[in-house]
Design a protein around this ligand. Structure first.
Ligand SMILES: Nc1nc2ncc(COP(=O)(O)O)nc2c(=O)[nH]1
Length: 277
């Protein structure tokens, strides 16, 4: 499912009206399927299909709405042989998405939001991306308080892993993710980037997902402080993605697939240089 011979690129497909960087662009079935097929052609090994925006402050939708948004897209893409993950923290939505053709669960809550998720994943035997999370979009920025963000994220992810294993999820099905931008201030995201190798010591593949996030917009802000618009953060996303892979990330989750695949091809052709850890 995930060929580790090359860095894994996961393409973001938000079937939502309000996701932070592409909300509404793929809200209709044809546009979503076209974009998913194109990202797969461009080299994405997985298309990550999400039906609820998780950006800070976003309104949550109910499970029925979330499922109604993503299931037709998943079915159509599966029929076209496009491999997918489902971006949901709801067990019922994950189960329906797996049934419809998704093969990986990408859970931004790391199993915290729905205690039935572990059972769904264990029974399906599918890979489970456990992201570091401290609460839903409305509250998460209030929760960005850390003693040492890397050590704290690592300890909390270790607990998510232990819970998953205890629930019968196989160790080789687990991928972890530091949750950049989720209950993290800009400095926290940069600490997690700079000290990325410390997360690897947990012994699981680590996904890096910085794509177009607001801390990149802040870094590239105009002299008057206006953040760089989300659609103009591609170069920063590509740069940080290559750095993360060079630091040991098994893969990246991005909106700009072609640019990322191209940049990682250069990294591979250059002999996969590693950042000194
Ligand atoms: N595993 C994982 N999943 C995610 N899903 C959504 C978003 C934020 O919204 P986006 O879909 O617009 O990138 N970020 C992550 C992330 O950092 N890691």
């Amino acid at each position: 499912m995930l060929h580790r011979s090359r860095p894994v690129v996961i393409g973001v497909l938000n079937v939502t009206p309000d996701s932070f960087s592409d909300g509404g662009r793929y809200a209709d079935l044809d546009a979503a399927v076209r974009h998913g097929v194109q990202m797969h052609r461009d080299g994405a090994q997985l298309i990550d299909v999400g039906g609820e925006s998780t950006r800070p402050g976003a309104d949550r939708v109910d499970a029925e709405t979330e499922a109604a948004r993503i299931l037709p897209v998943i079915r159509e893409l599966a029929a076209r042989g496009v491999p997918m993950s489902v971006d949901t923290y709801r067990a019922s939505v994950a189960a329906a998405a797996l049934e419809a053709g998704a093969t990986v669960v990408n859970d931004v809550s790391g199993g915290l939001a729905d205690h039935d998720m572990a059972k769904v994943v264990a029974e399906a035997g599918c890979p489970w991306i456990l992201m570091h999370w401290r609460g839903h979009a409305k509250r998460m920025q209030e929760l960005a308080r850390y003693t040492d963000v890397v050590a704290d994220v690592k300890a909390e992810l270790a607990q998510r892993i232990a819970d998953a294993l205890a629930a019968g999820v196989a160790a080789d099905r687990i991928v972890i993710d530091p949750g950049l931008g989720f209950a993290k201030r800009a400095g926290d995201n940069w600490q997690l980037t700079a000290r990325f190798p410390e997360l690897l010591s947990l012994g699981y593949p680590v996904l890096f997902a910085a794509s177009r996030k607001s801390y990149l917009g802040a870094l590239l802000a105009a002299p008057d402080g206006t953040p760089r618009p989300t659609g103009e953060r591609t170069a920063a996303t590509v740069a940080t993605s290559v750095l993360a892979v060079a630091a040991g990330a098994f893969g990246v989750r991005v909106h700009d697939v072609r640019e990322t695949v191209d940049a990682l091809a250069v990294w591979v052709a250059s002999g996969r240089p590693r950042l000194a850890t």
